[in-house]
Design a protein around this ligand. Structure first.
Ligand code: AZA
Length: 294
């Protein structure tokens, strides 16, 4: 037998960093969860119990904290690139490093109509994510993403004229609730170095804002004939809006809300145009995925 693939590292490294503006006293916080996975000449640690090639995962955790102290932690694209490149440059037997940065929402509180200098709240479990991969001699590839953005529309969605056969019971529907939890990613053209990522810094926040706005506004405005078609229209717009992005991907669960027929109770009308009370379904859920390139 032989090792066909191997990577190891530390997951769920939680990091908090505060920035204190000397002039205004305003403080800004960033909280993220980081995963580091390394690849390289590490087979013997599996096959021969040779630990000499093992950069301990504890060392990786320490390194993430030191990098967070010594470098900017925003935008997450830059921090991910810095950490991934560090491991490939520092250890000659490590040839690839994959770093995932999940940034959590600490939105500044407004108090008395004013932004509070050091108080924040968690407005949703939505996260801004980055996966940065440094491959020795090949540069840094970065996928930025929005995850966990839960949306619902109470009408403006249909699904009909689909393939029907002896296995099909789903009726055509011309007006339905549509809910999904957005996982949207956009992959940048490969960067040659951390310096190139640094030069692109102004583009990352703008791209995230564009992707988020396009997603929310298309979801709201589109009279959706299917998750598939609405997803594709989001991809088209993001590619149009962000020229440095070479691919956009979505993974959208279809979180169903079922009508409840209450006619058994004194003929109560609660289906079709009279539907008001629905049963939200935890499972099963549709799952619609697509990647669109230029
Ligand atoms: O938007 C939808 N796409 C589908 O593929 C599907 N299948 N059942 N309901 C569905 N809704």
């Amino acid at each position: 037998p032989q090792v066909s693939a191997a990577q190891y590292g530390k997951d769920n490294i939680r990091v908090y960093k505060v920035h204190k503006d000397a002039k205004t006293g305003t403080q800004t916080v960033v909280e993220m969860t980081v995963c580091v996975l390394l690849k390289g000449d590490i087979e013997t640690s599996y096959t021969k119990a040779d630990n000499s090639v093992v950069v301990a995962t504890d060392t990786m955790k320490n390194t993430v904290y030191i990098m967070a102290k010594q470098h900017p932690v925003t935008p997450p694209e830059l921090f991910g690139a810095i950490v991934a490149s560090h491991f490939v440059e520092k250890y000659k037997h490590i040839h690839s490093a994959w770093v995932k940065v999940v940034t959590h929402r600490w939105t500044r509180l407004t108090v008395g109509g004013e932004p509070h200098p050091h108080s924040f709240f968690r407005d949703g479990s939505e996260t801004r994510n980055v996966e940065a991969t440094a491959d020795e001699g090949k540069g840094i590839s970065i996928r930025s993403a929005i995850a966990g953005l839960l949306v619902l529309k109470s009408t403006g969605s249909a699904f009909h004229s689909f393939y029907k056969d002896e296995y099909t019971t789903l009726p055509d529907v011309y007006n339905r609730i549509l809910s999904t939890e957005v996982d949207c990613g956009w992959t940048w053209s490969t960067f040659g170095s951390v310096a190139e990522v640094q030069s692109a810094v102004p583009k990352f926040d703008k791209a995230w804002e564009s992707a988020r706005t396009i997603t929310l506004e298309t979801f709201a405005k589109e009279s959706s004939p299917s998750v598939q078609n609405t997803l594709y229209k989001m991809c088209e717009q993001i590619l149009e809006a962000v020229s440095e992005v070479k691919a956009v991907d979505y993974s959208l669960p279809n979180k169903h809300y079922f009508e409840i027929d209450l006619s058994w109770h004194k003929g109560l009308k609660n289906t079709g145009k009279d539907a008001e009370v629905y049963a939200p379904q935890s499972d099963p859920n549709g799952l619609i995925q697509c990647t669109v390139t230029r």
